[in-house]
Write a protein that binds this ligand. Structure first.
Ligand code: ATP
Ligand code: MG
Length: 212
């Protein structure tokens, strides 16, 4: 068994992966002295309808391509393979079982704070890992913010904040841009852009069949 003192888990849909994800993972790795950051594409994100999300194989392939060249970043197909919905608590439990001496850091962007109080077993989860919350343009990380009034103290107490260069990039926007034939270059690694073009991904506008 491989031994790690500390592992970061970067959960997400990665539909597609972009520089916001990569910067959050790499900066978290450095700031929190993580041995490895594991990208964990969700098969069925609890907050998204499965038929709205691209086939997990493509999402997995794109992350794999994006992390090439950085040996500290890896990918796991654990959530993709697991039947049913993807819950963070199940993933963290799995890593604690297999890497029992490791500290687990779950990495996310500030927008995730808006829904974190709905996560399965968040109280138990807060005892199993720490949360690294990366800044994201348009999302405030402040306890007094009315938008975060539902976020329980137990979660705030387990959070560390990670200032990263503000990248107003989202997968939603990238998908829209591809559908509208607008450039996505420099929003994500060149090789991922190439994969999207080669496979003809995202060409159909979401929810609209016939786009002129
Ligand atoms: P979508 O628009 O489809 O929701 P997304 O860009 O938000 O895509 P996700 O796969 O939903 O990407 O996000 C995975 C994780 O990465 C989440 O914790 C999210 O908060 C974080 N994240 C995504 N984009 C950024 C960004 N630009 N800056 C900081 N964190 C980000
Ligand atoms: Mg998102």
């Amino acid at each position: 068994m491989q031994r790690f003192d500390s592992i970061g888990i970067m959960g997400g849909t990665f539909d597609p992966v972009h520089y916001g994800h990569l910067i959050a993972a790499e900066f978290a790795r450095h700031e929190f002295k993580l041995d490895s950051v594991i990208f964990m594409p969700a098969a069925r994100p609890p907050h998204k309808e499965i038929n709205e999300v691209l086939d997990s194989e493509h999402r997995y392939n794109m992350v794999k391509i994006a992390i090439r060249g950085n040996p500290a970043l890896t990918i796991s197909d654990l959530e993709m393979k697991r039947a049913g919905k993807s819950y963070t608590i199940d993933t963290v439990r799995y890593f604690l079982k297999h890497y029992s001496d490791s500290d687990i850091f779950f990495i996310m962007g500030a927008d995730s704070l808006l829904t974190m109080h709905t996560w399965k077993d968040y109280q138990e989860l807060s005892g199993l890992c720490r949360f690294v919350v990366a800044t994201r343009p348009g999302y405030i990380i402040e306890r007094s913010d009315p938008a975060l009034k539902n976020l329980p103290s137990i979660l705030w107490e387990r959070m560390d904040f990670l200032p990263i260069p503000g990248l107003d990039i989202s997968s939603t926007n990238i998908r829209q841009r591809v559908a509208e034939n607008r450039p996505i270059k420099y929003l994500l690694p060149l090789e991922v852009e190439q994969y999207i073009l080669d496979k003809g991904l995202y060409r159909e506008k979401e929810g609209v069949k016939d786009v002129k």
